[in-house]
Design a protein around this ligand. Structure first.
Ligand code: ZN
Length: 301
């Protein structure tokens, strides 16, 4: 049995017709971790539904009303997902999931969430497959539990635009995003943004990341929320970065290993991943989680 729980919900995998977002990945990563012996069924913890009060720390009431009523409105349609009980529940459980993983991290050093990372959600509207910003809600939860400074390290292919806007005027939060520059979304200003050109591969990515992480750690966070999106992968449908599987493994190692050596508690979340071969997306998320489990076991207690 692992020293801390891995947060996961069976509500994350929803039925989407002809959609690029492979929501079955959540369940498949969980099954792979069990099959490989990295975790047992008893290591997983399912979040409950979050109270509205938790959502209201970030999101505005008219938007939450639309979601509650399952209404397709200018506030909800930009998620580019159907608005139904399944998709909204998935978003709700993911908020509670990241919040739970934050609690595990503050208690045990490492919080692992097999989901979340919905960084395109804004206070008043959904965007880019994201209804609710679980990352921002997790950050605020950490601050309420006594964290002094929290850093978001967003390594998804796409800029964490919603998260950047939410914390633009909050000196307690350092938002770092490294992403492909000339694709969705229109860029917002975070604490630190690195936009890479199409075609950038392992070397360019990892040297840029190294420079970015130096600044993140200099900000002296006492918790890091990591978005280990697998869409910078060269086999991804949504972008033109050219990272290899080994390059993405080194990326995870730089971020999570960097936290570990400095004894900064961290939380991992999934965010995006749209490889041509779904097996690649599964393996890439699994390699992030395997590293996090390894560091969890070695965390001094
Ligand atoms: Zn993405």
């Amino acid at each position: 049995m692992l020293p801390a729980k891995i947060v996961y919900s069976s509500h994350y995998s929803v039925r989407l017709e002809h959609h690029v977002f492979p929501t079955e990945k959540y369940q498949l990563v969980k099954e792979q971790l069990i099959r490989e012996g990295w975790a047992e069924a008893c290591d997983f913890l399912e979040p409950g539904l979050p109270p509205r009060e938790l959502l209201q720390r970030v999101h505005q009431a008219p938007f939450l009303d639309d979601l509650e009523a399952l209404r397709l409105t200018p506030r909800t349609w930009r998620a580019e997902l159907p608005v139904n009980r399944e998709t909204i529940d998935s978003a709700l459980y993911a908020v509670a999931g990241t919040e739970l993983a934050v609690r595990e991290a503050l208690r045990q050093g490492v919080g692992i969430h097999l989901g979340g990372g919905h960084h395109h959600a804004f206070p008043g509207h959904a965007e880019g497959f994201c209804f609710l910003n679980d990352v921002a809600i997790g950050v605020l939860s950490a601050l309420l539990q006594g964290a002094r400074k929290v850093a978001v390290v967003d390594c998804d292919l796409h800029q964490g635009n919603g998260t950047a806007v939410i914390f633009q005027r909050d000196p307690r939060v350092f938002t770092f995003s490294i992403h492909e520059e000339d694709i969705y979304p229109p860029k917002e200003r975070g604490s630190l943004d690195i936009g890479l050109p199409a075609g950038a591969g392992d070397d360019q990515y990892l040297s840029s990341l190294e420079g970015g992480l130096t600044k993140v750690f200099k900000a002296d966070p006492d918790l890091v929320l990591y978005l280990g999106g697998t869409d910078p992968y060269r086999g991804d449908k949504l972008g033109l970065l050219e990272l290899t599987m080994e390059g993405l493994r080194r990326r995870d190692e730089m971020v999570l290993g960097g936290c570990f050596t400095r004894k900064i508690p961290f939380v991992t979340t999934f965010s995006g991943g749209y490889a041509v071969q779904i097996e690649d997306t599964i393996e890439l998320h699994a390699q992030t989680v395997r590293l996090a489990i390894d560091l969890m076991k070695r965390w001094p207690r």
